[in-house]
Design a protein around this ligand. Structure first.
Ligand SMILES: NC(=O)c1ccc[n+]([C@@H]2O[C@H](COP(=O)([O-])OP(=O)(O)OC[C@H]3O[C@@H](n4cnc5c(N)ncnc54)[C@H](O)[C@@H]3O)[C@@H](O)[C@H]2O)c1
Length: 248
């Protein structure tokens, strides 16, 4: 999703710092954007490291003069039932999915203030709105992102920083986060299975989320802050008809 967002933002004229622990993939996105006339810089960013965040924000300022937008997109999935979740599993999930968003937000705010304002978009999940029996640590880590986003939005509004903060809650998106499932049952079958759990009847593609995130980044959403944006094919909308009960 991060790569798709970077390509879309570049097409809209944004200058982009791409951060990831995956060096080759990140440099690939950087090269692709620059080859098409865009402006992108890759930095090695482990979102659990405050020092890495300072370098990433510093790269935005040194290469492009300022930082106006942060998309906190990095995350890991997986996990297991609550009885099987180890302390190490829990800490790793929280470190990347929750602490990473906290550190990115904390580091970006002073830079955005210097830039005169900005927009922070935190990628939570539909699983940050409702519980998931199979992935309790993931849901907890994404629920934390939802309320961190609202808290930051209120704080920045009170302080008149000109910085907005919103969360995005995707349903299932066809990305490598599902690699373990694709390996277990095949990509097409896995995709169909997850798609069948979404009332809309399919998984999302990474580009399905991009326009929403772009809009949140832009001044077109200038009055929008502290809000949550659900893009989940009605996954969390309500009770589904499973038994055929009631008129069809
Ligand atoms: N795919 C989905 O169905 C789905 C649904 C809801 C929310 N999300 C969320 O969307 C975001 C993007 O996920 P995706 O589906 O593109 O998954 P993905 O696995 O394709 O991408 C996640 C990226 O995060 C990076 N990452 C992992 N740990 C990192 C770290 N410590 N520091 C920096 N980068 C790190 C990975 O290298 C990878 O490039 C995640 O936060 C995920 O939880 C995904």
């Amino acid at each position: 999703m991060g790569a798709a967002e970077a390509r879309l933002f570049a097409r809209e004229g944004a200058q982009i710092v791409v951060g990831d622990v995956l060096e080759a993939e990140g440099r690939g996105v950087e090269a692709e954007i620059n080859a098409k006339g865009g402006k992108a810089v890759f930095v090695h960013l482990d979102v659990t490291s405050e020092a890495d965040w300072q370098k990433a924000v510093g790269a935005a300022q040194s290469h492009f003069g300022r930082l106006n937008v942060l998309v906190n997109n990095a995350g890991i999935g997986g996990g297991g039932r609550i009885e099987d979740t180890t302390v190490e599993d829990w800490d790793r999930m929280m470190a990347i999915n929750s602490k990473g968003v906290f550190l990115g937000t904390k580091t970006a705010i002073p830079a955005m203030r210097r830039a005169g304002g900005g927009s922070i978009i935190n990628i939570s999940s539909a699983a940050g709105l409702v519980g998931t029996p199979a992935f309790p640590a993931y849901s907890a880590s994404k629920g934390a992102v939802r309320l961190l986003s609202k808290s930051v939005a209120l704080y920045c509004a009170e302080k008149k920083y000109g910085i907005r903060c919103n969360s995005v809650h995707p349903g299932g998106v066809d990305t490598p986060i599902f690699n373990p499932l694709w390996q277990a049952m095949g990509h097409e079958q896995g995709k169909a299975l997850i798609g069948s759990h979404h009332p809309i009847g399919r998984m999302a593609e990474p580009n399905d989320l991009g326009e929403l995130i772009l809009w949140l980044a832009s001044d077109r959403s200038a009055f929008v802050t502290g809000a949550e944006f659900v893009a989940d094919g009605a996954y969390t909308t309500g009770l589904r008809r499973r038994t055929g009960f009631g008129p069809s």
